[in-house]
Ligand binder design. Structure first.
Ligand SMILES: [Zn+2]
Ligand SMILES: [Zn+2]
Length: 369
């Protein structure tokens, strides 16, 4: 089968023939039908994060199950599935409490050392980032990372649920627990930010402020439920949000972009008791200045919080079917998230385009076999 392989940090994706092994134990072979292009994959491809190379990246996957290992119980051949970029062992204390992101034994999902590699390329074993490897025609994945979904769900929209939707929606529902009447600022209105906006709207937030530097993304933010938008390349975002909120500040401030100065702004726009949620990956060594006391944006007197987040603290076995349900009942807009579909061969060009343009999400689609 064909796969987009990264052979070293800073190299291009190379489309290669890769052999995928038969599923053993709890593994599931998925025919990939759609695979979303997330920013975090290009970060892994271009910066040294200790990911073993060569590797197949891609973690926003929707497809059809074509084979299962002998120990698989939750997934059947023919199921439509969405994958998640967490590797929950299913047995540790965190997993049993539903905190899949805090699993202490994610290595339990790897093949045992004596087994053949799952993927073999021209020069030997090829890794799969986070146990997935969605930039390929087929992906061999542990069943714990898969959720069967309603087959009426279209694959392109479904693929985005595993990351962009689970992250943006999850940080609002599972971590911030936004309530009716809350006010929200979302810094960065790409795939993750737009989902935070629309889920905050579903949760009943009355003031939802989208912040970005690209006018097209601010248009999308309004379409997804933002009540106000701020172009931070043109105006002082802290002043603008003070005006919008009549100096009250916001209850929740979500940082979707990995720019430390945005973290400072997100803190400065909080109202009393407000919290900043760091969602977008920051570069190594990035710092956020926190002042406990006194003065403006001081944590103690204003009772402010700063919270790191990962994949929306999702219990994806519950959350992915929830988002599918919200889509199928017309309450979650995923159609406007898919701004473009491409073939696997266009992946390098599409990532380059993403850096330049204001697209929400590009999705690779594969013709059904
Ligand atoms: Zn992602
Ligand atoms: Zn676990």
């Amino acid at each position: 089968m064909r796969a987009a392989v990264i052979r070293g940090v800073g190299r291009r994706f190379e489309i290669e023939d890769v052999t995928v092994d038969d599923p053993i134990d709890h593994e599931v072979l998925v025919e990939v039908r759609a695979s979303g292009l997330c920013h975090s994959d290009i970060t892994v491809a271009t910066t040294d994060m200790g990911v073993p190379m060569p590797s197949v990246l891609g973690h926003e996957i929707a497809g059809v199950v074509i084979a299962v290992g002998p120990a698989v119980t939750r997934i059947r051949v023919g199921d439509h599935v969405v994958a998640a970029a967490l590797q929950p062992c299913g047995a540790c204390r965190a997993c049993l409490r539903g905190k899949l992101w805090a699993c202490t034994n994610p290595g339990a999902l790897d093949r045992h050392a004596e087994a053949d590699p799952r993927l073999t390329g021209v020069e030997g074993a090829v890794g799969q980032l986070q146990g997935l490897g969605g930039f390929a025609e087929q992906a061999l994945i542990h069943e714990n990372q898969l959720v069967a979904i309603d087959p009426r769900m279209p694959f392109e929209q479904a693929s985005l649920i595993g990351c962009a939707v689970a992250t943006g929606g999850g940080v609002v529902l599972n971590i911030a627990r936004v309530e009716p009447g809350d006010s929200v600022a979302v810094f960065g209105c790409g795939g993750v930010g737009l989902n935070a906006i629309q889920v905050a709207s579903l949760a009943g937030a009355t003031r939802i402020i989208g912040v970005d530097v690209q006018p097209e993304k601010l248009d999308l933010a309004r379409k997804f439920g933002a009540t106000d938008t701020v172009d931070s390349s043109r105006v002082d975002v802290v002043k603008a949000i003070a005006e919008i909120t009549e100096s009250a500040g916001v209850d929740h401030s979500f940082v979707m972009v990995g720019v430390p100065s945005v973290g400072d702004s997100a803190l400065a726009v909080l109202g009393r008791g407000g919290t900043v949620y760091l969602v977008g990956g920051m570069s190594q060594g990035a710092e956020l200045v926190l002042r406990p006391s006194p003065g403006e944006s001081a944590l103690l007197p204003y009772q402010l919080g700063v919270r790191g987040t990962w994949l929306g603290a999702s219990n994806f076995y519950h959350d992915i079917p929830l988002y599918v349900d919200l889509y199928l009942t017309g309450r979650l807009n995923l159609d406007d998230l898919v701004s473009r579909t491409i073939g696997l061969d266009d992946i390098n060009e599409a990532y380059a385009d993403m850096e330049r343009s204001a697209t929400a999400r590009t999705v690779i689609t594969f013709p059904s076999a």
